[in-house]
Design a protein around this ligand. Structure first.
Ligand code: PMP
Length: 366
């Protein structure tokens, strides 16, 4: 640490993303990304034109891109804010609408970045315990005085709340902002987006990193009232007006317009998720019913940390969380049909090895 870092940042705990090793080729199922390519339209959209235009700043209002998103989601361009991933969009939301010391509530088991943000912005965060089965009970949030952020579906469990419950929460107090992070909503088939035009205290955040196969481009957006979006843009223009470059926006426009490819990819991941879950259950795994592009699961035969290490030795990356309440589980991103077949074979081999070792150990002990 240098002598220049300001005191309030000295105890900051940066978010730790899923590892990105480059020592060999992995089947990468540890960060809820995908090995599927973006829409073929993206390949067509990224032409030499974007390279020639690199001498100029891209449109800081992101007009064309916001319009394309608006058209697809049935809102107006003024209700769309775009940023460098959902992470940056969330960051702009917290920067714009929260002051140091302000209250923010979120579940104690959820996307780890919320805690990081709350610390970064000096917010008075309160983590509401999830239930025994890891579900988020929105009744626990109804009477809270302070803004709320919820990932729906939640990460790392994949569990989701119904739109009825979300609407009741949003409707309860119009002065309380409810931020619904829908990073995985495309895999659940449910969204709070239609509620945005009814409730000006609702902000819905989305990403291109999952269902549009574009984590590397890092595009996120929020849909909210035009007043909220205006505020967000004001803060953006006071911080970094050029948060999205021309190449990214050209890719984003092409991707969002290609609803056919998008639907096909989402459908295939949902199918693979359900098949993979069923196969895991056949070999004794407990799998939390997921509405996202990952499953959170555990086996009685092997502890999840060991399974994670052994899968890595087999060239498969998954995510194990050390937290006390999460350590028994392993989060496995859902990939292509082929990838999931390879993972399943690897898991079966690892389990067979583990049971052989157990038997040998028993024999030796006797
Ligand atoms: N929200 C949730 C719930 C997530 O799991 C993630 C991805 N890890 C993000 C937001 C961040 O998405 P992006 O890549 O667009 O920053």
């Amino acid at each position: 640490m240098s002598i220049f870092l300001v005191d309030e940042y000295k105890n900051m705990e940066p978010y730790v993303p899923g590892e990105q090793p480059s020592d060999k080729l992995y089947i990468k199922l540890n960060a809820n990304e995908t090995s599927m390519p973006p829409s073929p339209k993206v390949f067509e959209a990224l032409s030499k034109k974007e390279i020639w235009n690199m001498g100029f700043y891209a449109d800081p209002n992101c007009k064309e891109f916001r319009q394309a998103v608006a058209d697809v989601y049935g809102v107006t361009e003024e209700e769309v804010f775009v940023g460098n991933g959902a992470d940056e969009v969330l960051s702009f939301i917290l920067m714009s609408f929260f002051r140091r010391g302000m209250k923010i509530y979120f579940p104690d088991i959820t996307y780890g970045f919320y805690r990081t943000y709350a610390k970064t912005y000096g917010l008075d965060m309160e983590e509401i315990p999830v239930k025994e089965d890891y579900s988020v009970d929105l009744k626990d949030y109804m009477d809270l005085k302070g803004d709320i952020i919820l990932a729906n579906p939640n990460n790392p469990t994949g569990l989701s709340n119904t739109m009825e419950d979300i609407e009741a929460l949003v409707a309860k107090d119009p002065e309380r902002m409810v931020i619904i992070d829908e990073a995985y909503a495309d895999y659940s088939g449910e969204t709070a987006l239609p509620l945005v035009q009814k409730y000006p205290n609702l902000v819905v955040v989305r990403t291109f990193s999952k269902s549009r196969n574009m984590a590397g481009m890092h595009i996120g957006f929020a849909i909210a009232s035009k007043e909220i979006v205006e505020d967000l843009n004001k803060i953006k223009f006071s911080f970094n007006p050029f948060n999205l470059n021309g190449l990214t926006m050209a890719a984003g426009i092409a991707a969002v317009k290609d609803t056919y490819y998008f639907d096909k990819c989402v459908k295939s991941i949902i199918e693979n998720r359900e098949n993979f879950k069923a196969e895991l259950e056949k070999i004794g795994f407990e799998v939390i019913p997921s509405k996202a592009n990952f499953v959170f699961c555990k086996s009685k035969e092997i502890d999840s940390k060991t399974l994670c290490v052994k899968l890595k030795e087999e060239g498969i990356l998954t995510r194990h969380f050390a937290d006390e309440r999460l350590k028994d589980y392993l989060r496995i991103t859902i990939g292509t049909e082929y990838e999931m077949m390879v993972v399943l074979i690897a898991i079966k081999e690892i389990l067979a090895e583990a049971s052989e070792e157990k038997e040998l150990g028993i024999k030796k002990a006797i």
